[in-house]
Design a protein around this ligand. Structure first.
Ligand SMILES: Cc1cc2nc3c(=O)[nH]c(=O)nc-3n(C[C@H](O)[C@H](O)[C@H](O)COP(=O)(O)OP(=O)(O)OC[C@H]3O[C@@H](n4cnc5c(N)ncnc54)[C@H](O)[C@@H]3O)c2cc1C
Length: 424
């Protein structure tokens, strides 16, 4: 790189959120001069919003099936094997941030404050002397005569020996990630796998339900099955929220990425919701004679409203015989109505879009990036980290884990490569 041996290499990190802050810290710890450029007025804006302000940054369950890509899943394993979950815990421990594990194996900072995570990262960035530039966005990136030239909107310009793109994807653009990272990657010859919203609510067709009536209700322990071209593909359990456009909640988020990809391919996408998983319609049938004896004057709808949220039952016009008095009904008819609530089928016509998505699927195609360094195979000295890559994870801390880990790998590798003159 034509660098004086005593001179520190300069690494420019673009994007100052989870991936970019981890990259800056790891590059600076290796001895590089680091310039971190962030379009927002402060670092880590998206991190403040994560985990409902508590920042769920890791999960105990490290099964690789929690990470998704359109490419080869072995790439993700190769990357995460370089720096596993112990690395993430040690990284934060060394920043003075202890953690706790909650329901579902979700890791949070001990004080359950996302703001503290940002503060600890900022403190380390400060201690290491990283030059932080805020409220300025990169507007051009070029590679000439063995060096990168970074131009900012303000007119400021920098030369760098290596550049790490950690600009996020297209999800939740209000936090600064507007998809511009894809543009810069493309300019260096990279393939971009179509970015789509993932971990987001689903918009449904009102097949036999009135969404304005069920809006605001929730069921704690429901299950949802995603059905693509009439084949069930994934089932998830947990709290489902019913909204005026469809459904939301963690189990819905978990299936939304696959739904978006199938919709993009023009496949038929629907969901089946079970309001009472683990309960057999036969149990309902068996309980029915006693209810009929005591509450025969009640309609079926009134009785079901004592088991499920009133507005939800009111909205479900598909329930057969719902206005019939129980005194006039047979137990089998009650069982049939209950069974309807275990197989509520709705066509999905769209996700809620990038605005409400927590992450994007798609991004920089993995075969074009080295998993153990995050370096571009198209342009030496160019590195990628975080959501910009064609990787996303389930709810539960996997996305931040990938952002921190890939950022750390990129930062360390970029600095080591420059210091060893590895790109000459
Ligand atoms: C509401 C919400 C809750 C979430 N909760 C969780 C959770 O609990 N656990 C979990 O694991 N994940 C969660 N996620 C997902 C997680 O936050 C992201 O996957 C993660 O932040 C990705 O990190 P990143 O650094 O790659 O990208 P981002 O966090 O998107 O950061 C990219 C940064 O780059 C900057 N940037 C972009 N372009 C430019 C440019 N041209 N010049 C300068 N700067 C630029 C942006 O301003 C932004 O700050 C949540 C997401 C949202 C929206």
């Amino acid at each position: 790189m034509g660098m004086d041996k005593k001179q520190k290499p300069t690494i420019c990190v673009i994007g100052g959120s989870a991936a970019g802050m981890a990259a800056s810290i790891c590059a600076a710890r290796e001895g590089a001069k680091v310039i971190l450029i962030e379009g927002n007025e402060k670092l880590g804006r998206k991190i403040y919003a994560t985990g409902n302000g508590k920042c769920n940054f890791l999960n105990i369950d490290q099964d690789r099936s929690h990470f998704h890509t359109s490419g080869d899943p072995a790439w993700i394993s190769d990357a995460l094997n370089c720096m596993d979950n112990d690395f993430v815990l040690t990284f934060f421990h060394e920043l003075g941030l202890p953690s706790v594990v909650r329901h579902g194996g979700y890791y949070y900072p001990a004080n359950e404050s996302a703001a503290t995570v940002v503060t600890c990262l900022e403190d380390e960035i400060d201690r290491l002397g990283v030059e932080v530039i805020l409220s300025d966005r990169m507007r051009s990136l070029r590679y000439e005569d063995g060096r990168f030239s970074v131009q900012l909107r303000s007119g400021r310009a920098f030369e760098a020996d290596a550049v790490i793109l950690a600009m996020g994807g297209s999800a939740s653009p209000k936090f600064g990630s507007d998809g511009s990272g894809y543009y810069y990657a493309k300019n260096f010859g990279h393939t971009i796998v179509e970015p789509l919203p993932a971990l987001c609510p689903l918009k449904l067709k009102e097949n036999g339900a009135t969404f304005s009536v069920w809006a605001g209700t929730r069921i704690n322990d429901a299950s949802i099955t995603l059905i693509i071209d009439e084949k069930p593909v994934i089932s998830e359990k947990g709290e489902i929220l019913f909204t005026d456009y469809g459904i939301s909640g963690i189990p819905v988020f978990q299936v939304a990425g696959s739904a978006a990809i199938a919709l993009e391919k023009n496949q038929k996408v629907s969901v089946e919701i079970d309001l009472a998983p683990g309960t057999d319609p036969e149990d309902a049938e068996n309980a029915f004679p006693e209810w009929r004896e005591y509450f025969g004057e009640r309609t079926l709808q009134e009785q079901l409203s004592r088991i499920f949220p009133v507005k939800l039952i009111e909205a479900l016009k598909v329930i057969p015989d719902r206005n019939k008095k129980m005194a006039t009904m047979k137990a089998t008819a009650f069982g049939k109505a209950f069974d309807t609530l275990k197989h509520l089928r709705f066509d999905v016509f769209y996700t809620s879009g990038f605005e409400q998505a927590q992450v994007s699927s798609g991004g920089v195609s993995l075969p074009e990036v080295e998993p153990v360094t995050m370096e571009s195979k198209k342009q030496p000295g160019l590195y990628f980290a975080g959501e910009l890559l064609d990787v996303y994870g389930d709810c539960g801390g996997y996305n931040l884990q990938f952002a921190f880990t890939s950022g750390a790998i990129a930062g360390r590798a970029a600095a080591q490569s420059c210091l060893q003159g590895g790109r000459e």
